[in-house]
Design a protein around this ligand. Sequence first.
Ligand SMILES: Cc1ncc(C[n+]2csc(CCOP(=O)(O)OP(=O)(O)O)c2C)c(N)n1
Length: 305
Amino acid sequence: MWLIRAFEESVSELVGTGEVVGLVHVSIGQEASAVGVCDVLEARDRVYSGHRAHGHVLARGADPAAVMAELMGKAAGLCGGKGGSMHLVDVAHGVLEATGVVGGTIPLALGTALALRETEPGAVAVVFFGDGAVQTGYFHESLNIAALWKLPVLLVCENNGYAEFTPRSAHTPVERVTRHAETYGVDARTVDGNDVVAIREAASALVAPLRSGGGPALLECLTYRMRGHYEGDPAKYREASEVAEWKAKDPVRRFASGAVATGELSAEDAAACEAAARRAVAAAVSAARSAPFPAASALTEDVGG
Ligand SMILES: Cc1ncc(C[n+]2csc(CCOP(=O)(O)OP(=O)(O)O)c2C)c(N)n1
């Protein structure tokens, strides 16, 4: 979680300096869902994400330097510098797609789950998306067919209460995303999305049946993005008191201070963990900065079949 936090704080600064360009969405405040879910996954599992993807890719084990280089448009990036923040793919770590099309990777995850069931039984597909994606046809059609075909797919909704600048209450009368799962007879849980241990436990319980022929399942993580929708968003649609309330529930600091309080971690080790993450990110930034941009000829490579 510290690695994701440090990485995205750095990305935010690099947007400010103009070294990272394009629309960038950070997940600061939402790190627990990426880590809690990915921690129960195995190398054979496949993951899909959306427009807020940095944390998911890093939690799967992607090289921070390659992710940073991608965001800076460098040839050493995960996608040769041609994808950018919203199109992170790391096949080696099972991350098959991220997209700016809200809800767009949900049906893709179903296709992967179907293929995995045939060719790699026991492996699962996981797709992360926000609560705004729940109002798309993709979500409902996917939930229906996944339930009908009992596909080994875990749908993870990071419910941060907003879709762009619109609060959830203004775009749906349905408060809990898990209510939709009930309609389709899908096993689902709502958890505190800022509690990495609770998420890990819920993800573990939901994924286990998927490995032995059950499925699908849905996990709703109630969380909050501490920053605007995109880097540069003045976020005037939120009260300062609301932001402050959620900052007090910071998932990274909460886990660290909790572990120190129970004696599971020494204060020194907790500080060392944060420092190591910040060092790794500084090294990633430095490597990405000195890496070359793609050659002009790369423009027509990797296009088409
Ligand atoms: C199909 C589609 N419709 C609309 C948009 C514009 N859009 C970009 S992000 C966003 C809101 C997404 O909210 P949510 O799914 O809750 O994810 P969050 O940003 O909260 O992580 C919208 C509507 C889009 N990118 N794709």
